[in-house]
Design a protein around this ligand. Structure first.
Ligand SMILES: Cc1cc2nc3c(=O)[nH]c(=O)nc-3n(C[C@H](O)[C@H](O)[C@H](O)COP(=O)(O)OP(=O)(O)OC[C@H]3O[C@@H](n4cnc5c(N)ncnc54)[C@H](O)[C@@H]3O)c2cc1C
Length: 266
């Protein structure tokens, strides 16, 4: 049994966020962190590994320094880290990104008991598309927003946390699950793990490694393979100060109606 986890290195937006004149993030000047939801996916994988014994393999697509993040994950207990990196992959939107990550996972062979875990959403791109798209490309069932996962043979029982309640879903492996912060509390690295992670190799997958996979074609990866076009990006103007209305219910309703009528909104 293998558990594949996708992990993205993202800018640490809790500090100062620098923006280039063209509206894109100035990533070079920002610290990076492991995408928070992905830490929950990693913890879920390690919990299943502790219970059932299995191999946990983490995949990231990004620039070469992302190797450091993979080592941190290996210090937590991940068995293998895979860095997917190539100039040809640059400029990929979510469609192309998921195409490439799906191909990388597929090279390991997805077997009947295997599980793919992703974070629900990355805090920079914020689309929540990559996990579900990987599932589609590998023709696997998927369950999103997992707040609890139980495994019994080839069946997973997953509690999906929704805005107004929860839904319990049973799904057969192999499958894709996207994870949210309510799922668990990620563990810390331990000293033995920190020593151990430098004895393990990070596997690097480049365009050369993946180019013969059926999902990989110059027309499905990179900027050329990205159907999304960003027409413009801008920082929205700051909202003005709000207005507080005082008085009892009737009085404030009348005042509000008067203001809205004065602005020709009603
Ligand atoms: C036209 C275009 C060009 C772009 N060019 C670039 C570029 O040159 N360089 C660049 O860095 N970004 C680029 N991007 C952004 C890039 O497409 C997204 O960051 C990426 O597809 C992930 O989308 P997301 O952040 O919305 O992730 P989400 O879909 O919100 O992520 C969900 C989960 O998927 C997994 N995941 C997502 N991305 C990765 C990853 N890279 N590795 C491993 N797991 C992952 C994680 O588990 C994550 O929690 C571009 C976007 C567009 C539209």
């Amino acid at each position: 049994m293998k558990i594949f986890v996708t992990v993205k290195q993202v800018p640490d937006t809790s500090g100062t966020v620098a923006v280039n004149p063209d509206g894109t993030l100035d990533r070079a000047s920002m610290q990076t962190i492991i995408n928070p939801d992905d830490m929950n996916a990693v913890e879920a994988a390690l919990t299943l590994k502790d219970e059932l014994g299995c191999k946990v393999i983490a995949f990231t697509m990004g620039p070469p320094p992302a190797e450091g993040m993979l080592r941190e994950l290996m210090a937590m207990g991940v068995d293998e880290g895979v860095l997917i990196t190539a100039r040809e992959f640059g400029g990929s939107d979510t469609y192309a990104t998921s195409q490439i990550i799906a191909a990388a996972i597929d090279t390991y062979g997805v077997e009947p008991e295997d599980i793919i875990l992703a974070g629900r959403q990355a805090i920079d791109g914020d689309t929540a598309q990559v996990g579900p798209q990987i599932a589609e490309k590998l023709h696997l069932p998927q369950v999103t927003y997992a707040g609890e996962i139980k495994k019994d043979g080839n069946t997973l029982t997953v509690k999906r946390i929704l805005e107004d309640g929860y839904m319990t879903v049973k799904v057969q492996t192999p499958c894709m699950i996207t994870c949210i912060k309510e799922l668990n509390k990620p563990r810390y690295m331990n000293i033995a793990g920190i020593f151990e992670c430098y004895r393990k190799d990070v596997v690097t997958m480049t365009y050369e490694t993946l180019k013969d996979h059926p999902l990989i074609d110059k027309s499905t990866i990179g900027l050329a393979g990205s159907p999304t076009n960003i027409l413009t990006s801008f920082t929205p103007p700051q909202k003005g100060a709000g207005m507080m209305l005082s008085g009892d219910g009737r009085e404030t309703t009348d005042k509000l109606a008067g203001i809205l009528a004065g602005k020709h909104i009603i």
